[in-house]
Design a protein around this ligand. Sequence first.
Ligand code: ADP
Length: 309
Amino acid sequence: MIVTVTLNPAVDVSYQAARFQIDHGHRVEAGRKTAGGKGLNVSRVLSQLGEQPLCTGFIGGKNGEWLENKLNEEGLQHAFVSVNGETRTCIAILDEENNTQTELMEKGPVITAEEQEEFEEVFENLLGETSLVIASGSLPAGLPLSFYKELCQWAKSANIPVILDTSGEALVSGIEGKPFLIKPNKEELCQYKNQSDLTLDEMIGAAREICSKGVEYVLISMGAEGALLVGKETLLKADIPTIKVVNAVGSGDSTVAGMAYALKEGLEIAECLKWACACGMSNAMEIETGTVQKQIVEELIEQITIRNL
Ligand code: ADP
């Protein structure tokens, strides 16, 4: 079983508002409510690939209850720690005419020291049942910046690999916990290096530097340009075909899910990279965030070439 960690999940509500204008009222249809959070997207994709992942993290209040019910409906297993605060709501206003997306994202609950300890207990128990942990997204308020580092260390002492997909300071600190794999996109890697842009060689250099800190693989996703996989003795580039993009939100999460699925299947690392890219692409071809079609993924895999750089 794969465990996904979403520390700050959300009830995502999206509204369609054509010609959206600031400082104006808009009459809209009922909002579309979905269970949001990067780790939940990863779980959804894993389940579409045939896995039965388990989602954990923190949830609270009425929104938390709604979220658990939604996961039940979707057939996703979960073991969240209940917190005093309310799980956040994130609102997206989609204007198809002007092609804009305006988002309001609540910060979410503040996690107390006791709630944090409770999570550690839940997580330690889950480590006995899992073969791979995926931790995605930002840290909620209250948790120390070193939280992902600690999480990686807990998993490491149980010999369970961690895939970490986060950014900013949480990533910098998380790397110190020596996760098995991290998946920055180009922008996140630039942020890590404090640069506004990086050439391909500089990206490879940054990834090598991260590997020298004890991370096994750095998977750099590059949107329509495919992805790079860097390890101590690995340097692979995935070239992907052109596709018709419908909604690329969640492609990074789908990439992580594809990688995890292929690793768990015991495939060669180059094949894993193909699964990762194909899942990102399949998601980009769907309207729903964090959705792939396994048959399309398998067709896309045939069209991806992996080169040794
Ligand atoms: P993130 O969502 O983390 O920014 P990316 O945008 O790099 O991640 O997308 C992850 C993967 O999804 C890419 O490596 C690629 O395989 C696929 N993908 C994303 N956008 C596109 C696109 N416009 N065309 C083709 N594939 C895409």
